[in-house]
Write a protein that binds this ligand. Structure first.
Ligand code: SF4
Length: 443
C-alpha cells in the first residue's frame, strides 16, 4: 500500500453507553482508512469521547482533554460533556470541535477538516462486527438513547434528551451480525430498557420473515432466537417486565435483571421522582422468583439522599433483608451540577452519608455472600473470559462483566482445552463474598 494512513488518537471515557458511541466512531474511522494510534505524538488529531454524568467524571473528562491538548494540540471533543460545551470552551478555547453524545457525523466532519481521509475506503479492513472495545465474545447492544423520566438527581435527560428507540429490526440485525462474528453474550443497554419503543408507539417491523414490535418483550423474543446469552440492564420494574420473566424461565434470555431501584421508601422515591414504590417492588420480586426461581437480581441504591431520615434509612435496610437481592451497588448521594435534587432541603451531612453507606454495604455483603454460598455444589454454565496456565476465569449466567463477580475454574486441562468465549459446565466447589470457585465438569 502507498503512503501512510492518517492517524487518529482516541480516548474513550464513561459508561457502557459511551463505549458504544466510541465503537461506532472507531468503526467509521477505520472504514475510511484512518489508523487508530495509541500515542498522542503520533496522531494527526485526537478524539476525546467524554462523560459528564457526575462531577468526578466531568473532572476526569476535562483532565483528558487537557492532556490531549498539551501532548498533541489538535483535539476533537465529543460525548456527554460535549453537551455542556461552555465548560470545555472556558478551559480549552482552542479545541477543534465540540459535539454531544451520538453525534458521530460532527466528529467525522471535524476529523476530515483536520486530516482528510484516504481516497478509497478500506472497508475490507473491518472485521465483520466492526471495532469492539470489549473482548470479542461479549458486546453491548444499545437499543435507545435518552430518557423520558426526570429523576431529580440525574441530568441525563437534559444532556441526552427524551427517549429515542432504535427500530427493533435494526437492533436484531445488529445482534445477528455480532453473534455471527463470534459474540456469545449480548448486553442490552439503554437509560431505561423497560421503556423501549414507547416513543415509536411500539412500531411493528419484520425480521426473519416474522413480525416484531419495537418493545421489550418482542426484542427479547428475537434475541432469544440467537445463539448467545442476552443480559438485560437498566430495567425498571414496570408491570410489563413481568412478561419477560417467562422468557427467562424458558431460557430465551438470561435469568438476570439489573433494576436500579435507588431506594425503597415511598417519600424518598417521590423526592427522587422515581416510578414505583418499595412495597410493590417487593411483591414483584416475589412473583418473579415464583415463576423463575433461578433469577438473579441486581440493583443500585443511593443512600443519604437529601432529607433521608434515620427511620427511612432503616426502612431501606429492612427492604434489603426482605428482598434478598443477589448483587447490589450503592452510592452515597453526591450532588451533580444542574440536578434538581440540589435544591432539596435537609442535606445529609457527609460523615452520616458515609456511615449509612457502610452500614448498607455491610448488610448487603452478608446477603450476597449467603446467596453465593447457596450455589456451592451446583453445576453452573460458565462463559470463559480469560484462560491462564492453571485457572480460567469466566462468568456464570448470574454475573455481568465488569460489575458482578467471577467464576474461577481450575482444572489441569483448563489451559489447554479452554479458550475465551467457550461455554462450559462448572461444578462450584466454594465461594467467597464476590466470586465462585469450581472445576470443569465432564460435558
Ligand atoms: S431513569 Fe432517571 S436516572 Fe435513569 S436516565 Fe432517566 S432520569 Fe436519569
Amino acid at each position: 500500500m502507498s503512503h501512510a494512513a492518517p492517524k487518529v488518537g482516541f480516548v474513550s471515557l464513561g459508561c457502557p453507553k459511551a463505549l458504544v458511541d466510541s465503537e461506532r466512531i472507531l468503526t467509521q474511522l477505520r472504514a475510511e482508512g484512518y489508523a487508530v494510534v495509541p500515542s498522542y505524538d503520533d496522531a494527526d488529531v485526537v478524539v476525546v469521547n467524554t462523560c459528564g454524568f457526575i462531577d468526578a467524571a466531568v473532572e476526569e473528562s476535562l483532565d483528558a482533554i487537557g492532556e490531549a491538548m498539551a501532548e498533541n494540540g489538535k483535539v476533537v471533543v465529543t460525548g456527554c460533556l460535549g453537551a455542556r460545551a461552555h465548560l470545555i470552551k472556558e478551559r480549552f478555547p482552542d479545541v477543534l470541535s465540540i459535539s454531544g453524545p451520538q453525534d458521530y457525523q460532527s466528529v467525522m466532519k471535524a476529523v476530515h477538516a483536520q486530516v482528510p481521509p484516504k481516497h478509497d475506503p478500506f472497508l475490507d479492513l473491518l472485521p465483520p462486527q466492526g471495532i469492539k472495545l470489549t473482548p470479542r465474545h461479549y458486546a453491548y447492544l444499545k437499543i435507545s438513547e435518552g430518557c423520558n423520566h426526570r429523576c431529580t438527581f440525574c441530568i441525563i435527560p437534559s444532556m441526552r434528551g427524551d427517549l429515542v428507540s432504535r427500530p427493533v429490526d435494526e437492533v436484531l440485525i445488529e445482534a445477528e451480525k455480532l453473534v455471527r462474528s463470534g459474540v456469545r453474550e449480548l448486553l442490552v443497554v439503554s437509560q431505561d430498557t423497560s421503556a423501549y419503543g414507547v416513543d415509536t408507539r411500539y412500531a411493528s417491523r419484520e425480521w426473519r420473515g416474522e413480525k416484531y414490535q419495537t418493545r421489550m418483550r418482542d426484542l427479547c423474543r428475537g434475541l432469544g432466537e440467537l445463539d448467545a446469552w442476552t443480559r438485560l440492564h437498566y430495567v425498571y420494574p414496570y408491570p410489563h417486565v413481568d412478561d419477560i420473566v417467562p422468557l427467562m424461565a424458558e431460557g430465551k434470555v438470561l435469568p438476570y435483571l439489573d433494576i436500579p431501584m435507588q431506594h425503597s421508601n415511598p417519600r424518598i422515591l417521590k423526592l427522587m421522582k422515581r416510578p414505583a414504590s418499595g412495597e410493590k417492588n417487593l411483591d414483584r420480586i416475589q412473583a418473579w422468583r415464583a415463576s423463575c426461581p433461578e433469577i438473579t437480581l441486581r440493583s443500585t441504591f443511593i443512600v443519604g439522599f437529601p432529607g433521608e431520615t434515620e427511620a427511612e434509612f432503616e426502612e431501606l435496610l429492612q427492604f434489603l433483608q426482605a428482598a434478598q437481592l443477589d448483587r447490589v451497588g450503592a452510592f452515597a448521594y453526591s450532588p451533580v451540577a444542574g440536578a434538581k435534587a440540589n435544591d432539596l432541603p435537609d442535606p445529609v451531612p457527609e460523615d452520616l452519608k458515609q456511615d449509612r453507606l457502610e452500614r448498607f454495604m455491610k448488610t448487603q455483603a452478608k446477603i450476597s455472600k449467603k446467596r453465593l454460598k447457596a450455589k456451592v455444589g451446583t453445576l453452573q454454565q460458565v462463559l470463559i473470559d480469560e484462560v491462564g496456565p492453571s485457572v480460567a476465569t469466566g462468568r456464570s449466567r448470574a454475573d455481568a462483566p465488569e460489575i458482578d463477580g467471577k467464576v474461577y475454574v481450575s482444572a489441569a486441562v483448563a489451559g489447554t482445552r479452554l479458550k475465551p468465549g467457550d461455554r462450559v459446565m462448572v461444578r462450584i466447589d466454594r465461594s467467597d463474598q464476590h466470586d465462585l470457585f469450581g472445576t470443569l465438569a465432564e460435558s
